[in-house]
Structure formats: structure tokens, C-alpha cells
Design a protein around this ligand. Structure first.
Ligand code: 5GP
Length: 215
């Protein structure tokens, strides 16, 4: 899916990070902090396309690119998505072009997407780094969801049941960040980004090239 020539030949590709986790785990906050705090290499968040109605305060082109079902289906046919999924009856997808462009410029990209989408990305592009964000306990998660005051008790119970199912996919992720203390969770997530950039497979070409140029 991402097998463009430019991707194969470029040694200085950005890395693709995929972040998922139950609603209320704090993945959005962690991603925001990563983007603000990691300066080199630059990290950007991919903006998904969605067919659901915008919620109050959501801005088109900032939170999502909101579009119609017809337009979304046209884009599926045209191969415009890196991945897409139907979540709670609406389509959500990652527009491919922008992600490929950023990665080929050496910019890291974060996809904040659901589990189906994450696993599809990994299938198509095994270099993708999958990070699962979890709350420290179901009790804490319940407290957070209740504290938001946006969901009914039924919805909260449904989300908690959904979370238990989601946890069974954790072993297909490369890393798990437990978000108990936010600062610790952000620190852990930043370490993942750093470790991924220190991989020998990524550094070898650049180091050998630099050493050869010295001689
Ligand atoms: P919400 O409607 O609450 O913004 O998002 C619902 C779910 O859709 C969340 O789990 C979110 O991570 C997921 N999601 C958002 N964008 C994408 C996307 O581009 N692809 C996939 N597969 N899931 C997405």
C-alpha cells in the first residue's frame, strides 16, 4: 500500500506511528503532547476523513475532514485511503497522499485510529509502530468517562464492555503505554519515539555513509 518507489529508495523516511486505545484512555492528550514536545524529527498528526456529523466545537480540517458517505465511497474506489473502517456506523479513514508525502520528507506521522485500522496498517506496512494506550484500571476508566459528563450510564457501560474486548488485541501492538500518571505516560511514549529512531537498521546506512565520506 505504501510501496511507492520514493519510499523504497529513501533512507531518511519518517516513521509511521499508530496510536489506539479505549475511549477515555487519554490517547489524544498523549499524541498532542508528543507533537508539541518532540522537535526533531518533526512529528505530525494525520487528519482523518469521517462521515459522521461534527460534534460541537469540532472544526472541519482540524479535527477531521468531514465528508459525505458518497464522497467517502468514491475515495475508497479511487484507492485514496491508507486504511479505513466503519466505526459505530460511520466511515473513518486515513487519506493516503498526505501521509506518504510527509513520510517521504522525513517527517514522522501519527495515526490516531481504531484497532481494525491499526491492524490493517500493520498488514500493509510492517514498519509501522503500533502503540496501545490503556487506563490503569477499569475503575479509573469509568471515573474518567463519568467525569466527562458527556455519556449516559448505558453508553459508559457499553464503552467499558467494548474496552474489555479491545484489550485482547493488545498483544498485536508493539508497545503498551499505561496512562495512570499523564507525565509518566508522555515520558514513556516519547521514549518509544526515540528508541524507534535509534534502531540499527535505520542508522546503519547513514553512519556507514558518513564514515566513508570522512576517509
Ligand atoms: P470519534 O467519532 O469518537 O471521533 O471516533 C470514533 C473512533 O474512530 C475512535 O476509536 C477513533 O480512534 C477512530 N478513528 C478516527 N479516525 C480514524 C481513521 O482514520 N481510521 C480508523 N480506522 N479509525 C479512526
Amino acid at each position: 500500500m505504501l510501496e511507492y518507489d520514493i519510499m523504497k529508495e529513501n533512507n531518511n523516511l519518517g516513521k509511521l506511528f499508530v496510536v489506539s486505545g479505549p475511549s477515555g484512555a487519554g490517547k489524544g492528550t498523549i499524541c498532542k503532547r508528543i507533537i508539541e514536545e518532540i522537535k526533531e524529527p518533526k512529528v505530525e498528526l494525520s487528519i482523518s476523513m469521517a462521515t459522521r456529523e461534527p460534534r460541537e466545537g469540532e472544526i472541519d480540517g482540524v479535527h477531521y475532514f468531514f465528508t459525505s458517505k458518497e464522497n467517502f465511497e468514491e475515495m475508497i474506489k479511487a484507492g485514496g485511503f491508507l486504511e479505513y473502517a466503519k466505526v459505530y456506523g460511520n466511515y473513518y479513514g486515513t487519506p493516503k497522499e498526505k501521509v506518504v508525502e510527509k513520510l517521504s520528507q522525513g517527517v514522522d506521522v501519527i495515526l490516531e485510529i481504531d484497532i481494525q485500522g491499526a491492524l490493517n496498517v500493520k498488514k500493509a506496512y510492517e514498519q509501522a509502530v503500533l502503540i496501545f494506550v490503556v487506563p490503569p484500571s477499569m475503575e479509573v476508566l469509568r471515573g474518567r468517562l463519568e467525569g466527562r459528563g458527556t455519556d449516559s450510564i448505558e453508553t459508559i457501560n457499553m464503552r467499558l464492555a467494548e474496552t474489555l474486548k479491545e484489550l485482547t488485541y493488545m498483544d498485536q501492538y508493539d508497545y503498551v503505554v499505561v496512562n495512570d500518571d499523564l507525565e509518566e505516560a508522555v515520558k514513556g511514549a516519547k521514549c518509544i519515539f526515540q528508541a524507534e529512531h535509534l534502531k540499527s537498521t535505520d542508522q546503519i546506512n547513514n553512519i556507514v555513509k558518513a564514515y566513508k565520506e570522512e576517509n
